[in-house]
Design a protein around this ligand. Structure first.
Ligand code: ZN
Ligand code: ZN
Ligand code: ZN
Length: 246
């Protein structure tokens, strides 16, 4: 069962919200956002990890935005590692996109292929696949101001305890054969007896620990509401620690 109480943040007012209340909350925030009202209502779309419901996003999409643009948002915020193939499955129909950026199959505007309430599926990388469940939650008269799609809310990182002290872990250490791993907090990872090549940062993504995936704050922030900066998405203390241990 997805943890419906899973916490996240509204990216409009920056308050902490739960997954359960997220859609209602962002609709209120959109009302007072001052964003333009489009000719056609925009779509409020929920995305979550398949069987990994603690990873979730809410986004606003103009009706004329395309599947390719939705694919780009998902890649930038959550899954892009090495340009794998991706695809949507909507009511039995497949729409795919290759690493060479052929957008042919994803050129369709969302209004042509999606309707409220109908679930659809996203897959990234048809080898070590990351699967996501999506659906249109609602429509809303407000449009994203600067881009066809805009992220409105996302989960806060699921809590993983440090295997040494129990505080929230931020790093993963794999053994040489990559079969087992431990999680460590930033204090315990600073102990000098770890092999720096085995240390990874735990990412806030359903693709965490798959195919060397690493979060890219610079790419993700391009889909955030106006006012968000690259620096808002990174923790300088953590960056400095990574520099030191790697
Ligand atoms: Zn809000
Ligand atoms: Zn990859
Ligand atoms: Zn610790």
């Amino acid at each position: 069962m997805p943890p419906r109480g899973s916490q996240g943040s509204c990216l409009l007012c920056r308050k902490t919200i739960t997954k359960r209340e997220a859609a209602l909350h962002v609709k209120d925030c959109l009302e007072s956002s001052g964003w333009p009202r489009g000719q056609n209502p925009s779509l409020l779309i929920a995305v979550q990890g398949h069987r990994m419901g603690s990873y979730w996003l809410l986004l606003l999409a103009r009706q004329d935005s395309t599947l390719a643009e939705l694919d780009s948002l998902i890649r930038d915020v959550w899954v892009e590692c090495c340009g794998h193939l991706s695809g949507f499955t909507i009511q039995g129909q497949r729409f795919t996109r290759s690493a060479e950026c052929s957008e042919m199959d994803m050129k369709f505007p969302l209004s042509r292929v999606l309707s409220p309430g109908v679930p659809f599926l996203y897959e990234y990388d048809f080898g070590s696949t990351t699967m996501l469940d999506l659906h249109v939650v609602d429509s809303h008269p407000v449009s994203p101001p600067e881009s066809p799609l805009c992220l409105l809310a996302r989960n806060t990182p699921p809590k993983v305890p440090c295997d040494t002290c129990g505080r929230p872990a931020e790093f993963r250490l794999r053994d040489d054969d990559g079969e087992s791993c431990i999680h460590l907090c930033r204090r315990c990872v600073a102990a000098p007896d770890h092999d720096p090549w085995c240390i990874e940062v735990i990412s806030n993504s359903p693709r965490d620990s798959v195919c060397g995936y690493e979060e890219d704050a610079g790419a993700a922030v391009t889909w955030y509401p106006p006012g968000w900066m690259h620096e808002d998405l990174i923790d300088p203390e953590l960056e400095a620690l990574i520099e030191r241990i790697q």
